[in-house]
Design a protein around this ligand. Structure first.
Ligand code: ADP
Ligand code: MG
Length: 279
């Protein structure tokens, strides 16, 4: 085996320079610079780019990467139970729902104004699907978002209170742009649970957008909150300037299953079409 060719002093100097550069870029957390500066420098030399163009291209790669990482982080921190996309939502299956209003919400202006959104209707009509899809849209715009089931939130609030860190919990919530509360009304809560939820929603009112999905018409909320005054107070806050979308119809899955039996279809799309054709 022949010994490795020794470097000339100039080559050795260049090698050290490269190592220092990599370390410094790394310390500055410019990971796209670290990964791409060499290949991009070769491309720049071939195409006779100006120094400014080289630097600008490298910088925009860094910005793109950070934006991408931030979106991924936002989605992870939101703790969605699963991914549901707007693109996979079949609006034809629920003609009562105003598609334009949903698409407008996905653009996220309500987030800037901290306006509440209420998705109201019977189970199986896609409320959770749309809540997650809107949450994902918010994350992709870089907004801090958090998904809770109402029961999960009440447990967390209760725990925070027991550990004397309720103010801290609420402060953390206030750092978000959107808080999703899924499934209000499925399980009645204790008096303390109702009070904590009321306190939480009051603190966020006009500061953080709250998106609630529920199967309960407003008139029935007192049944699960148990207290008339508290319910009126809560409704007052969360319906003020709210976007209320009503979901009317039969369960999407149930209809799909029915369509599959009546018109055995080979794909979900066929099933959807068959569904749309059935009276
Ligand atoms: P809800 O929260 O109203 O009870 P879900 O959002 O949980 O309903 O919907 C139940 C299932 O049916 C989910 O898998 C959801 O993705 C699907 N689904 C409901 N409505 C639609 C729709 N219009 N288009 C596509 N999938 C739908
Ligand atoms: Mg649901």
């Amino acid at each position: 085996m022949s010994p490795p060719p020794s470097l000339t002093p100039v080559q050795a100097g260049e090698r050290i320079g490269q190592m220092v550069l990599r370390t410094q870029l790394h310390n500055l957390r410019l990971q796209a610079f670290v990964d791409e500066y060499e290949t991009l420098a070769q491309e720049a030399a071939r195409a006779h780019w100006s120094h400014e163009k080289y630097l600008a291209t490298l910088t925009s790669r860094e910005v793109d990467r950070r934006t991408h990482n931030q979106r991924q982080r936002r989605i992870k921190e939101a703790r969605f139970p699963f991914r549901k996309e707007l693109a996979d939502f079949d609006f034809d299956a629920i003609p009562h729902l105003n598609q334009l209003r949903v698409l407008e919400l996905a653009r996220g202006r309500y987030l800037q104004q901290a306006e509440p959104v209420i998705l109201l209707g019977a189970p199986g009509l896609g409320k959770t699907h749309l809540a997650i899809a809107l949450g994902l849209a918010a994350c992709r715009e870089g907004h801090r978002t958090r998904f809770y089931t109402v029961t999960g939130l009440i447990n967390d609030l209760q725990q925070a209170q027991n550990q004397q860190r309720l103010p801290h919990f609420i402060d953390q919530a206030l750092r978000h742009k959107l808080i999703i509360l899924d499934e209000l009304g499925y399980i009645p809560f204790s008096t303390t649970g109702a009070q904590l939820l009321f306190q939480f929603c009051s603190a966020l009112h006009e500061r953080v957008a709250i998106l609630i999905t529920t199967n309960l018409p407003f008139g029935d909320w007192v049944q699960i909150f148990g207290d008339e005054r508290l319910t009126t107070g809560l409704l007052d806050r969360i319906t003020y300037r709210a976007h209320i979308l009503e979901f009317v119809g039969d369960s999407y899955r149930f209809r799909q299953a029915q369509a599959a039996t009546v018109h055995p279809a080979s794909t979900a799309d066929d099933a959807r079409q068959a569904n749309a054709l059935s009276p």
